[in-house]
Design a protein around this ligand. Structure first.
Ligand code: ATP
Ligand code: MG
Length: 566
């Protein structure tokens, strides 16, 4: 789909994770192997935060001669769906990565179950019949130790029998759980006999009605890693306190099963971006309540959304490289993401002339019926992109806000008596404005300087340069202007509903923009710079007779301004 995917960024200085991996290779830990995985839960589309994890996991594997698996962490039957499984694969590929192998945690349900029986036999797990509330009450608090459940000392044979009946569907949801037998007095609450299995009579998108017993993340994840031979299991910081449990699970089964590796969990700070939300639950609410057009709405921080908006995979990977990998949480400014895509598109996007809010201009001294083809530069950053010919004629459109009847000082655009250069063409002088009954300007009467393109006055300088299109040749287009989806830097801060912080003006649709002919026939996904306006991308909604453009980003670089200030 995207020809720009697939290049690897130049080697950056090693972050703390790459330092660990490099050291492990030096010391021969894991036999010198490097094997990572990216483990999304297929309960939503991937977002820009996932891109950070993808770049890290696939990047580390590639740089150290290893492999990265794609693993669907589909242990929660109720929220998962094949639509998500498919979108995740598409998005990882679009970002330019290829997995060593693809697995589903649900592939391991049978093995996970057998290992759980082994834990019971080793007296490291037991069936608890307390209610969920009681389990919580017995767990204690950060300052008080928990208490043992009255069922903690059930004999192994009784535990095995109950666990088998749980699998067979003999009990309703919540009747029993399987818990690890660790330490109810542990200062780490995660070690206070955590739940390994719950009864849930729910169909699963892959295993159907095969199971009514589902493993928890804490149980399934380390074992899935060990089965696949993962060496470095990279996850976000909120799992730091789960690491002792991760290790406990792998160790508790050692000797009993042939794990391919003794994986190690390493935590890094997740990506937080201002002016957006990134939890899949909140993104799903936007989709379900139709506050956006779908997961791939160009305002969404999803990979599918920013792709449709016009971001390139290169820009997303470059952004991930710039933000780096650290152990401390911080919030990244959305302006940095916008700056990154602007830089990328400045290098690659073809230039075009498009008038978003047209104002008719009649050049009174230009012959009726005459059409000239003026030569326009396709990309000043890339001479190889060449030039194109743009039709010029007596009636043009310019941008409404490029004209003012009574201009303030330093308004170097059109006003009665003023002159401007038309981009790639002549110098134009405004003679007078024609207004309608309400006094609104509907047309400008102008004259041009015939020598100012290739003739004797070609070098004559005037202050402003305007973009334009020839009225007769221009094509109608719909242009969608996007602003940030949320008005607040931290939507939902202080426990409010993030949806209360939605920006009511995040989408403005212009139905009757005018674009030069070359833009109208471009395929969906084609990116342009509309001169003086910003970067735009052809939307998949485009039709032969009605092209649709998404504004990817404006030309105004607030990040560069922030940089200059600091
Ligand atoms: P969400 O809260 O959006 O549902 P999640 O962590 O539950 O996110 P998963 O599908 O479980 O979503 O995530 C897959 C991988 O992506 C995990 O390893 C997770 O740590 C990582 N990840 C998720 N969000 C971010 C983020 N904002 N920054 C970096 N990595 C992330
Ligand atoms: Mg998760």
């Amino acid at each position: 789909m995207d020809s720009d995917a697939g290049t690897t960024a130049p080697p950056a200085p090693l972050d703390f994770i790459r330092e660990i991996v490099a050291e492990d290779q030096r010391t021969g830990k894991h036999g010198g192997r490097v094997h990572t995985r990216f483990p999304p839960e297929p309960n939503g589309y991937l977002h820009i935060g996932h891109a950070k994890s993808i770049c890290l996991n696939f990047g580390v594997a590639a740089e150290f001669g290893g492999l990265c698996n794609l693993r669907f962490d589909d242990t929660n039957p109720t929220k998962e769906d094949v639509e998500y499984v498919e979108s995740i694969q598409e998005d990882v590929r679009w970002l330019g990565f290829e997995w060593g192998a693809m697995f589903y945690a649900s592939d391991y349900f049978e093995l996970l179950y057998r290992y759980a029986e082994e834990l019971i036999r080793r007296d490291k797990a037991y069936v608890d019949s307390l209610s969920a509330d009681d389990i919580r009450n017995y767990r204690g608090t950060l300052t008080e130790p928990g208490q043992n459940s009255p069922h903690r000392d059930r004999p192994v044979s009784e535990n095995l029998d109950l666990f088998r009946q749980m699998r067979a569907g003999a009990f309703p949801d919540g009747a029993h759980v399987l818990r690890a037998k660790i330490d109810m007095a542990s200062p780490n609450i995660n070690m206070r006999d955590p739940t390994l299995y719950r009864i849930r009579h729910a169909a699963h998108h892959r295993t159907g009605d095969g199971w009514c017993l589902y493993p928890t993340y804490d149980y399934a994840h380390p074992i899935s890693d060990a089965i696949e031979g993962i060496t470095h299991s990279i996850c976000t910081l909120e799992f730091e306190d789960h690491r002792p449990l991760y290790d406990w699970i792998v160790d508790a089964l050692s000797g009993a099963v042939e794990f391919k590796s003794r994986p190690q969990q390493i935590e890094f700070a997740r990506l937080n971006l201002n002016y957006t939300v990134m939890s899949k639950r909140k993104l799903l609410a936007l989709v379900q309540q139709q506050l956006v057009s779908g997961w791939n709405d160009p305002r969404m921080p999803t990979i599918a959304g920013i792709r449709r908006r016009g971001y390139t995979a290169d820009a997303v990977r470059d952004f991930c490289a710039r933000i780096g990998v650290a152990k401390k949480e911080n919030v990244i400014d959305m302006a940095l993401l916008e700056h990154t895509v602007r830089e990328d598109l400045n290098r690659r996007a073809l230039r075009g002339l498009a008038v978003l809010r047209p104002l008719k201009v009649v050049i009174e001294n230009y012959e009726e019926g005459r059409v000239e083809q003026v030569e326009a530069t396709n990309n000043p950053e890339d001479p190889a992109a060449g030039t194109r010919r743009v039709p010029f004629s007596r009636v043009l459109y310019i941008e409404q806000n490029d004209f003012m009847e009574e201009p303030p000082k330093k308004f170097f655009r059109l006003s009665p008596g003023a002159e401007v250069r038309l981009r790639y063409a002549y110098i134009l002088k405004c003679e007078r404005a024609i207004t309608d009954a309400s006094g609104a300007v509907v047309e400008l009467r102008c004259t041009y300087d015939p020598g100012s393109l290739n003739g004797p006055t070609a070098a004559r300088r005037v202050k402003g340069t305007l973009h334009w299109v020839s009225a007769e040749h221009a094509r109608g287009a719909e242009v969608r202007l996007y602003e940030r989806l949320f008005v607040s830097e931290d939507p939902g801060a202080g426990g409010r509903d993030p949806l209360d912080d939605l920006n009511p003006r995040s989408l403005e649709r212009i139905e009757d923009a005018k674009v030069e002919p070359a833009l109208a026939s471009a395929a969906p996904g084609t990116r342009f710079q509309f001169e003086r306006q910003g970067y735009f991308c052809v939307d998949p909604d485009s039709r032969e007779d009605k092209p649709v453009f998404n504004r990817t980003v404006t030309l105004k670089d607030s990040w560069a301004k922030i940089q200059r200030r600091t």
